[in-house]
Ligand binder design. Structure first.
Ligand SMILES: NC(=O)c1ccc[n+]([C@@H]2O[C@H](COP(=O)([O-])OP(=O)(O)OC[C@H]3O[C@@H](n4cnc5c(N)ncnc54)[C@H](O)[C@@H]3O)[C@@H](O)[C@H]2O)c1
Length: 421
């Protein structure tokens, strides 16, 4: 018999994960119930997965009132709702839950969920998707094999991409700490999770500096208007012109912009008129210098781990492309990662390129796809091995570091201890 899955939150992430279940795991799984507070999302998505009308819910209250509807639950709503929905899911009796990151920006909430999951025998997995990609698994494997000797330090950069940063962290859903979390948590809990995973030790101390340097009214060009389509005098020279980013620029009409357009129109299928309307009237047509954003556009974090490994993470908005770089240094060699390609240099030997295979399907260099593969294996009882599975235990470590980094940043880089949980 097929295993059943319910999904709460049918936006970008939810529909991507549902697509993977349908495309690659339909013989073993079926989506039996969905919930989204937007009727448009239910109407767009539920029919594609043949979810019966009576199993489409417009509120989590209505959804949870039915009791346990499926063998597993995926929660892909926005950040601020993760804690309450996951808590409700555990209390309702769901035993396998896949929850989007970040879990919460409040320590008591994410540690509380960890404890609640343990008390109720629930496997709560958090979508730290990068760990599942062949590329990052290869890095972990090389470190663990001892080829580069003892790990000394990790230098990791998250180049968010200027257009991505503007979309998500200036105009969009992750622009404000109050409704989301600081960008070092929202954007970089993945990177911190990777660094902790590589270090294989507990982080004991953090310090951080950073700021919202550029996307503020002081940097607005002469003649800037509140919206790009509302008579802005700098429109033709501004790289953040919304009309250019979402409509005119051919490069960004590729995969990422398709994803963005769904966000700005709220519709899976959208016309040019829908996009124009959204740019004229919605958040995504606003001038990037005149928004209500407050999250950092650049931040540096240094970390010291119990085993002596050190690390530096840099997050910045200002890159032409979206890519992560890392330099991993051991006593006998180094590993340099350019986002998809790896170079292994052993001291006294020759450098060699390590190839990892990434099918061009889904996001995060196949991490999204592999996360769902791993989730289905657990769901179908095909593995009980939780090594390298991103359970809430791992999340607690990364979230603790991110919160400590934010505390340090607000204290001008003063070291902050990451206390045992
Ligand atoms: N793992 C990753 O790499 C990764 C990448 C991007 C986003 N995310 C996270 O995934 C989550 C979802 O992001 P997204 O881009 O899909 O967002 P989205 O806005 O496209 O989708 C969220 C959906 O949830 C619905 N929703 C919101 N609150 C609800 C509620 N209380 N009850 C029912 N439905 C509700 C919305 O209507 C929307 O359809 C966010 O928390 C985000 O931070 C994770």
């Amino acid at each position: 018999m097929k295993k059943t899955v319910s999904v709460i939150g049918l936006g970008n992430r939810g529909s991507e994960y549902m697509g993977f279940l349908k495309a690659f795991h339909a013989a073993k799984t079926e989506i039996c119930a969905v919930c989204d507070c937007r009727r448009q999302a239910l109407d767009d998505i539920a029919p594609k997965f043949a979810v019966p009308e009576e199993r489409r819910y417009l509120s989590t209250e209505a959804f949870f009132a039915e009791g346990v509807l499926s063998d597993a639950l995926i929660i892909t709503t926005q950040d601020a709702s993760h804690y309450e929905i996951a808590k409700q899911a555990i209390l309702t009796g769901y035993k396998l839950i896949l929850l989007e990151k970040p879990v919460s920006g409040v320590k008591e909430e994410y540690t509380g969920l960890r404890d609640l999951a343990a008390e109720n025998g629930v496997l709560l997995i958090v979508c730290h998707v990068l760990r599942y990609s062949n590329y990052y698994r290869k890095i972990k494997e090389i470190i663990a094999s001892g080829q580069i000797g003892e790990l000394v330090t990790v230098n990791h950069t998250e180049n968010v991409g200027y257009f991505h940063f503007a979309h998500s962290f200036v105009r969009g859903n992750w622009r404000s700490e109050e409704t989301s979390t600081p960008s070092i948590l929202a954007k970089c809990c993945h990177d911190i999770d990777l660094i902790s995973w590589f270090a294989d030790s507990r982080c004991v101390s953090v310090s951080s500096v950073g700021s919202l340097k550029y996307f503020c009214k002081e940097n607005a060009p002469a003649g800037a208007a509140p919206t790009c389509m509302g008579g802005c005098a700098a429109k033709t020279t501004c790289p953040y012109d919304a009309e250019r980013l979402y409509i005119k620029d051919p490069f960004y009409k590729a995969k990422f912009i398709k994803y963005m357009k769904r966000t700005l129109t709220g519709k899976a299928k959208n016309s040019r008129a829908d996009v124009e309307n959204a740019l004229r009237n919605g958040d995504y047509g606003r001038c990037v210098f005149l928004c209500d954003n407050d999250v950092c556009d650049n931040q540096l974090v240094t970390m010291t781990f119990e085993n002596g490994v050190t690390a530096v993470l840099q997050m910045n908005a200002f890159s032409d492309k979206m890519f992560r770089e890392c330099h991993i240094v051991g006593t006998k060699g180094e590993l340099i990662g350019y986002g998809t390609k790896l170079e292994l240099r052993l001291f006294g030997g020759k450098a060699r390129t390590v190839h990892t295979f990434s099918p061009n399907i889904g996001g995060h260099i196949e991490g999204d796809l592999r996360l769902i593969d791993g989730f289905v294996k657990l769901l179908c009882g095909e593995t009980a091995d939780l090594t390298d599975i991103t359970t809430i235990e791992a999340t607690v470590a990364s979230h603790d570091i991110a919160l400590a980094a934010e505390e340090s940043r607000k204290r001008d880089g003063a070291p902050v201890s990451v206390l045992p949980q």
